[in-house]
Every structure is written in structure tokens, then in C-alpha cells.
Design a protein around this ligand. Structure first.
Ligand code: 5GP
Ligand code: ZN
Length: 114
């Protein structure tokens, strides 16, 4: 998708601090981390939000979940715990219209959020 910042990161046109990559998914460190570990997991294919993904065998979510499992282990936060967040739309606080999952860890989070 033209003019999509995360498509450009996925294409290597904008630099990022990559922590994980496979054929479907890329994960990189958030530019403005909200926790000691703050990683964005994106499908390489463009979907504006979770509203736009297929919910069948072609869904990008299983690959994103598998990436989250591996990254949490690698970053040493699988046992201490972490938070996965998918902001969606205006009220959800989504600022980049390319589906992404925040993986946040290394500190304790309160609930409810925000
Ligand atoms: P959202 O608010 O859409 O859920 O999250 C977007 C996230 O992308 C924000 O946490 C923001 O810091 C991050 N972000 C925006 N632009 C860039 C960028 O160019 N590189 C990286 N690594 N993160 C970005
Ligand atoms: Zn995109």
C-alpha cells in the first residue's frame, strides 16, 4: 500500500530495529517505547485494521500470535508476563492504519487501561 509507513518498513524502505521476521510477519521495536520491551508485530501484507482481515485459514493472526510467543521467550518476558494490544480506529487509539499488535513487557501494567 502506497504511503503506508508500516508497508515501507516491511519493504525495508524505512529503517527499523527488527527483532523477528518470517514469510508473513515482521516485528520491530516501537519508536516511542511505553515499556522496557515494546515491539510491534505486523503482517507484511497490508490490512488497515483487524476489521479488514479474513477470519479463515488465510488470517494473519496465527502467524502474529506465533511471533508473539517466540519474541516473548527471546526477550525473557514469557514468564513474568506481557500485554498484547491491537488498537483499532479512533476510539481505540490507532494512529497507524496498518494492522499491528503491540507486545509490551518488562514492567507491570494496570487495568483497565487508559
Ligand atoms: P497505534 O497508536 O497505531 O496503535 O500504534 C502505532 C505505533 O507505531 C506507536 O506506538 C508509534 O510509536 C509507532 N510508530 C509510528 N511510526 C513509527 C516508525 O516509523 N517506526 C517505528 N519503529 N515505530 C513507529
Ligand atoms: Zn501498510
Amino acid at each position: 500500500m502506497e504511503n503506508c509507513i508500516f508497508c515501507k518498513i516491511a519493504a525495508g524502505e524505512i529503517p527499523s530495529t527488527k527483532v523477528y521476521e518470517d514469510d508473513q510477519v515482521l516485528a520491530f521495536r516501537d519508536l516511542e517505547p511505553q515499556a522496557p520491551v515494546h515491539i510491534l508485530i505486523i503482517p507484511k501484507k497490508h490490512y488497515a485494521s483487524i476489521l479488514d482481515i479474513p477470519c479463515d485459514a488465510t488470517s494473519p493472526l496465527p502467524a502474529m500470535a506465533a511471533a508473539a510467543q517466540k519474541i516473548a521467550q527471546e526477550q525473557g518476558i514469557a514468564q513474568s508476563g506481557f500485554r498484547l494490544v491491537i488498537n483499532t480506529g479512533k476510539d481505540g487509539g490507532q494512529s497507524v492504519p496498518h494492522l499491528h499488535m503491540h507486545l509490551l513487557g518488562g514492567r507491570e501494567f494496570g487495568w483497565p487501561a487508559g
